[in-house]
Design a protein around this ligand. Structure first.
Ligand code: PLP
Length: 282
C-alpha cells in the first residue's frame, strides 16, 4: 500500500503524523471518499468542490493539485477499483492548544482501499439492506464533511448489532440521513429526499440522483420526511459514493413496500450504470 502524505508517496507503514497534529487531538480536519473504477475517478469534481466548502468552513487554507495527486496515488496502487480516502487536518502546532495560528501548515493525507465495481455486476448484484432509525446526535454543521464522526460510528455500530446495514437518523421528528449515506423515498412514483441545509451532508451521489431524475423526467421533491413517510413508502433507498443507490427492504424490522427491490430503484440504478458507461467510454 502506497499512501500520500505531505507531498510524498510512501509505503503506508512509513507514513507518520505528529501526536500534536490537530486532526488527532481535536478532529480538526475534513475528508472525502472518492471511488475510482478501473483507475478512473467517479465524480471527482463534485467531491473536490465539497472539499473546498469544508476547508472554507474550517478556514483551512490549502493549495494543491488534487487530480494530479489522486491519479498518481491510484496508479501507484495498481489502478483498478479503489476508493480514495483523503484527509486534510489543520496541522501540527507542536503542542496541544485549542486556539490555532492562521499560518499553520495543513497535514495532507490520502490512501486507497479496494472496492467492488458495482457496475460490473448490474442491479442483480446489489443486495437490498435492512436499516434502523435512531436519534441524530450530531452537531448542527453536518454540511461540513468533518472527521468528528463519533455519532456516526455509534449509530452505525448500533445498526450492525441489530443486523442492519445502515442507521437512518431523525432529529425533531424529521429524518436527516444515514450514518454514511443520504436518504430517498418513493411514494406513488414521486421521489422524495430531505432538503439541503446544515442538518445533512450534501451528498455527491444525492446530487447525481436528482440530476439523473431530472434528465429522465422522474418527478422529485426535496422536503421534510417523517418516520411515517418512511413506513408508508413504496420504496426507500440510501445513496453514497461507493454504493451508488441501494434499496432498503426493511426499516426497524418492518417490510418496505412489497419487500423487493423496487422498479424506480432499478430505473435509477440503470441510469447510474449508463452514466458510468459514458464516463468510461468518454
Ligand atoms: N451523509 C453522510 C453522513 C456521509 O458520511 C456520506 C458519505 O458517504 C453521505 C451522506 C453520502 O455522500 P456522498 O454521496 O458524497 O458519498
Amino acid at each position: 500500500d502506497i499512501v500520500y502524505l505531505d507531498g510524498a508517496f510512501v509505503p503506508a507503514q512509513d507514513a507518520k503524523v505528529s501526536v500534536f497534529d490537530r486532526g488527532f487531538l481535536f478532529g480538526d480536519s475534513v475528508y472525502e471518499v472518492i471511488p475510482f473504477y478501473r483507475g478512473v475517478a467517479f465524480g471527482l469534481e463534485p467531491h473536490l468542490k465539497r472539499l473546498e466548502h469544508s476547508l472554507a468552513a474550517l478556514r483551512i487554507p490549502l493549495s494543491i493539485d488534487w487530480p494530479a495527486v489522486l491519479n498518481e496515488l491510484v496508479t501507484r496502487n495498481g489502478g483498478g477499483n479503489l476508493s480514495v480516502y483523503l484527509q486534510v487536518t489543520r496541522g501540527d502546532a507542536g503542542r496541544r492548544t485549542p486556539v490555532y495560528d492562521a499560518s499553520m501548515q495543513p497535514t495532507v493525507f490520502a490512501c486507497c482501499n479496494p472496492i467492488r465495481n458495482i457496475y460490473a455486476d448490474g442491479p442483480d448484484g446489489v443486495a437490498g439492506i435492512a436499516v434502523i432509525v435512531t436519534a441524530d446526535l450530531r452537531w448542527h454543521r453536518c454540511d461540513i464533511k468533518a472527521n468528528g464522526l463519533l455519532p456516526n460510528i455509534l449509530v452505525l455500530q448500533q445498526a450492525r448489532e441489530a443486523g442492519a446495514a445502515e442507521a437512518l437518523m431523525i432529529r425533531d421528528g424529521i429524518l436527516t440521513e444515514g450514518g454514511s449515506s443520504n436518504l430517498f423515498i418513493v411514494r406513488s412514483g414521486v421521489l422524495y429526499t430531505p432538503k439541503l441545509g446544515s442538518e445533512i451532508l450534501g451528498g455527491t451521489t444525492r446530487e447525481l440522483v436528482l440530476e439523473l431524475a431530472r434528465g429522465a423526467g422522474i418527478p422529485y421533491q426535496e422536503t421534510d420526511l417523517s418516520y411515517e413517510n418512511l413506513l408508508e413508502a413504496d420504496e426507500v433507498w440510501i445513496s453514497s459514493s461507493t454504493r451508488a443507490v441501494v434499496p432498503v427492504l426493511s426499516v426497524d424490522g418492518k417490510t418496505v413496500g412489497d419487500g423487493e427491490k423496487g422498479p424506480l430503484w432499478r430505473r435509477m440504478f440503470e441510469l447510474f450504470s449508463q452514466f458510468h458507461h459514458r464516463l468510461m467510454t468518454g
